[in-house]
Ligand binder design. Structure first.
Ligand SMILES: Cc1cc(CN)n(C)n1
Length: 327
């Protein structure tokens, strides 16, 4: 089998997790993103003004590289960042799991936030290829390419709080979690690991949703973005909380103890966050920015790293399910 395991190292501000990937013999640190389906890297054919400080992939130095003639890609993400470029195929090795002809996208241009995030050399999309942006023909993700060669058609994410976690392809390591894994069915029709989430709790009190947007498990998003009525209900229980449009979200006094927040993972399990695990950033001597924010009516609820790092997450491509376990 082709199983593989790599570290997932948190960026300084825990805004993302980076993992080492070898492409055509060249190693880069990439952000594994279950919320998109493009595998792209900073490349030597970018203006230096955009790639300064990054590791870049140099296709001319890879003996296994082949160009996908005439192909291109262009992607924009929920945070307003974007990238675009050209396409080829190469051997990709993630912790020993190897795909010999993975569609690899080379950036010729990226938006400012990618340039300034010097630790991030690109993304490994682990969503479904129906949202891959390569033209004229969409290409499969690394996981879709390797799934049938794995011991089990799964990958797991053990993201940690202020510590290095891991991604594992092909096995569910019992040492990485406790108790049961609570699975729910995934609807992949929008290209995401998407599932129903119709109830939530604040301070242990359960409420039925009003908007009830489906949720996605998104390792590439830092925050938990819930329907606006849910965010308002949560921060309504935080006495110093205000919606600060200059910060783009709810802020509160860092000394305030926050209530727990729970979100349904399908119909049988509520993933509960402790109040102490909900703050995303301190923005001045007294003010904190919440890790739970509204989705501005976006129509999906995004379960990002603030939640995922408190659990062991299983992405099952065989059963098309998503599961979480405590750890
Ligand atoms: C670069 C990037 C990836 C994601 C999540 N899919 N976001 C919000 N930004």
């Amino acid at each position: 089998n082709e199983n593989g395991e790599v570290d997932a190292a948190p960026e300084s501000n825990e805004s993302e997790y980076l993992s080492p990937v070898t492409v055509g013999g060249q190693s880069l640190n990439l952000d594994f993103d279950t919320g998109s389906a493009d595998f792209w890297m900073f490349s030597s054919s970018m203006p230096l003004s955009q790639s300064q400080g990054h590791s870049t992939f140099n296709a001319s130095k890879s003996s296994t590289w082949s160009v996908y003639k005439g192909a291109s890609w262009e992607i924009s993400y929920g945070d307003g960042s974007s990238a675009s470029g050209t396409v080829g195929f190469d051997t990709v090795d993630i912790g020993g799991a190897t795909v010999t002809s993975q569609a690899v996208e080379l950036a010729t241009g990226v938006s400012g936030s990618f340039t300034s995030d010097v630790n991030n050399d690109g993304l490994v999309g682990l969503g479904f290829s129906s949202i891959n942006t390569i033209q004229p023909q969409q290409q499969k993700t690394f996981f879709e390419n390797i799934m049938d060669d794995l011991e089990q058609p799964v990958f797991t994410a053990d993201l940690e709080d202020n510590a290095t976690g891991s991604y594992n392809f092909g096995t569910i390591d019992p040492s990485e979690y406790t108790g049961d894994i609570h699975f729910t069915a995934v609807d992949k029709s929008n290209g995401f690991w998407e599932f129903a989430s119709d109830t939530y709790t604040v301070g242990g009190n359960k409420s039925q949703c009003q908007t009830c947007s489906p949720a996605i498990a998104d390792t590439g998003t830092s925050l938990v973005l819930v329907d606006d009525d849910v965010a308002a209900a949560y921060y309504g229980q935080v006495s110093s909380a205000v919606y600060d449009s200059s910060q783009g979200g709810y802020t509160y006094n860092c000394t305030e103890s926050l209530p727990t927040f729970g979100i349904a993972i399908g119909s049988d399990y509520t993933a509960t966050l402790q109040g102490a695990d909900i703050t995303f950033a301190q923005i001045d001597s007294q003010t904190c920015f919440g890790g739970i924010q509204g989705n501005s009516g976006g129509g999906i609820q995004i379960m990002g790293d603030i939640l995922l790092k408190q659990f062991f997450a299983v992405f099952d491509g065989g059963n098309e399910t998503f599961g979480v376990a405590e750890k």
